[in-house]
Design a protein around this ligand. Sequence first.
Ligand code: NAD
Ligand code: UDP
Length: 334
Amino acid sequence: MNVLLTGGAGYIGSHTAVVLSQLGHQVILYDNLSNSSCIVLEKLAQIAGRKIPFVKGDVRDTGLLSNVLASYEINAVVHFAGLKAVGESAQKPIDYYTNNVQGTISLLQAMQLRGIKTIVFSSSATVYGEPRYLPLDENHPTNATNPYGRTKLHVEEMLRDVVTSDSQWRIACLRYFNPVGAHESGLIGESPCGAPNNLMPYIVQVAAGQRAKLEVFGGDYPTPDGTGVRDYIHVMDLAEGHAATLNLLSQTTGWHAINLGTGKGYSVLDMIQAFEKASGRQVPYEVVARRAGDVAECFAYPNKARELLNMTARRTLNEMCASAWRFQQSIQFE
Ligand code: NAD
Ligand code: UDP
């Protein structure tokens, strides 16, 4: 299959490119490099053993997208491109709606023009908002509590309308929980521009000595150790979930929302401890006030992915930490 990955130079897109390419798909990356760099293209070529075609472009450029879809004879799109920082989305909602919602409309217009009706969309567990029960299954009510989450929800709803209007579309909204870790080679991984917003990249930078200590946001949650609990999933398991989803969509039409998580929750202190063990480094930390908008616990009921995609996240917490550390060391000594 010829698959276009929008946002393909980014963290999750690059790992998915490896998996799809190794399965024999022809992968084309489309990215404006606003949160990634060309260096990843060299690393991908090293891992895949061949160059992966790349087009620098913005998803809001419908004309360019349409040309790319036609010239590479694309059969399906995996749509990663977008902005993803929850805090920033409250300060810059217009940027978020433009990139995430307008960007998706532009992509759908280009796809419609070319008669391409298969799309996998990067959604997020954020669409559930404050959990009313745990674990979160796909029938849990959606109620995003920040602009970022609302962009994801708007796109999910838009995609549902598209399927309602034309039953030939094949659409999957993958609701990611917390992707962490890196490709086993350590060549690609998560390298956020500026100070990390997320826990794992922050821990990595503290362990590497780039930051003095980790601030643990809240020690008084109703959780076993008082710190926030999340469902961390290895990015390679997540990437394999995309391959399985493309396979599902080759056999079925319609709109599907599917959780990608492990079903297991780890606290912030669990993560620190696991990382210290995997890296052999200390991660100094201080418990500070809760971060606004955070929930105490969030983890998936992953059975739909198991049933529909035949997929179970199999990589361990130790593998998540060890691979993230390997990647950090590879960029540190470059
Ligand atoms: P990332 O920032 O590493 O990758 C996104 C890529 O999209 C970047 O390479 C960026 O340059 C590109 N991009 C952004 N706006 C674009 C535009 N207008 N046109 C073209 N390219 C554009 O992020 P990621 O962690 O790989 O996330 C990928 C997707 O998964 C995003 O949609 C994100 O919202 C979603 N998601 C991520 C997480 C997470 O924790 N990483 C969790 C849930 C959902
Ligand atoms: N967290 C933290 N310090 C940080 C970043 C995150 O204590 O510097 C906590 C956060 O409060 C949450 C967990 O780590 O309980 C995961 O946060 P992240 O931002 O990675 O993911 P999300 O909150 O989006 O699930």
